[in-house]
Design a protein around this ligand. Structure first.
Ligand SMILES: [Zn+2]
Length: 340
């Protein structure tokens, strides 16, 4: 039973009401990425009383995140917590009505299909187009709505994608931008105000989608909080769209290959072990690495400093290698200390 009092300011709002609140409580939302957008979206939706939130993120918290990633604090950095775990801790303190399911995972991995199938709505809070095109493929394949959002510098964009109804990501952008051709937070910075503004629009659209409101936006919303501009861009569906027209899912089909990803602008590369279903014993790994470098670990990750590299290793054998942007170098560092 939902404690209605907690949501009185929301149930007083006619289009939601008590019935809508019950519906939100019965809903399941998956947030992919728990950085700037992800923390604000999760915060808004948890407080709004979504019954079940899945939060997937592959990364750990760094000091420069605190300027905009509202669920984290300095203590989380000292404790070396992965983002999904730290977010889940905060959210559980905010609203014990909401079931929070943190996943410390790279979304370019097995499991994306069941993750999407199990949810009512997916929110994109990633920082890369590769994952967005993958999400678009999977959400169109399983007819699940998702909301595309992105922020950079002082501007941002958000768009609802309801398969079979609105245009999909590839109707709007048929080709994925080449790496290095679009600005990123790491190259152009980002203001926390635009994060809040875009997340505010996207989390409200999320409520509308879950409540099947006819007020759901069917346009791309774009705004710049520094230049004082905002725009709603109506876009058509493309009948010959690769994804929603022809049902060809090339990003999903291409999944298996990659085992390293350059984390743009961070001087870091993520390396994934090709073998599935591995669970590393971090304590044993720490013992093995102690003679060659500085090592520490907790329940969620192991940190290892050697030469000029910093390796963060997760129990699924995934590692983020800081100190290089060269995938070959990162893979060889991984092979040397973790083993392929
Ligand atoms: Zn399409």
């Amino acid at each position: 039973m939902v404690a209605i009092d907690r949501y009185s300011r929301q149930t007083l709002f006619g289009p939601i009401g008590k019935e809508g609140q019950e519906r939100l409580h019965a809903s399941r939302v998956t947030i992919i990425g728990c950085g700037a957008l992800g923390t604000v979206l999760a915060n808004n939706l948890c407080r709004a009383g979504i019954g079940h939130l899945v939060i997937a993120d592959r990364d750990y918290i760094e000091l420069n995140n605190l300027q905009r990633q509202i669920l984290f604090d300095e203590d989380d950095i000292t404790r070396r917590l992965p983002k999904a775990i730290a977010a889940a801790e905060k959210l559980r303190r905010i609203n014990s009505d909401t079931i929070i399911e943190p996943l410390v995972e790279d979304i370019n991995a097995d499991g994306i299909e069941s993750l999407v199938q199990d949810t009512d709505l997916v929110l994109d809070a990633t920082d890369n187009f590769e994952t967005r095109y993958l999400l678009n493929d999977v959400c169109v394949k399983y007819a699940r709505p998702w909301i595309y959002s992105g922020v950079i510098a002082s501007y941002g964009v958000t768009m609802n994608i309801v398969p079979g109804d609105t245009p999909c990501l590839r109707c709007v952008f048929p080709e994925i931008p080449l790496p290095g051709t679009t600005p990123t937070c790491d190259t152009a910075g980002v203001l926390n105000g635009i994060v809040g503004a875009i997340s505010g629009v996207a989390s409200t659209e999320a409520l509308k989608i879950l409540l099947k409101s006819e007020k759901m936006s069917r346009a791309m919303f774009w705004m710049d909080v520094w230049e004082n501009t905002c725009e709603r861009i109506e876009l058509p569906r493309q009948a010959d769209c690769f994804t929603c027209g022809q049902h060809s899912y090339e990003f999903l089909d291409a999944l298996s290959g990659t085992n390293s990803t350059n984390l743009c602008g961070r001087d870091a590369v993520q390396v994934r072990n090709g073998r599935r279903g591995i669970v590393l014993n971090l304590a044993e790994l720490a013992e093995r690495l102690r003679p060659v470098g500085e090592v520490s670990y907790n329940d969620f990750l192991l940190r290892f400093n050697v030469d000029t590299y910093e390796l963060t290793v997760f129990p699924d054998a995934r590692a983020i290698i800081k100190g290089t942007d060269d995938e070959q170098v990162a893979r060889s560092v991984y092979a040397r200390y973790i083993g392929m």
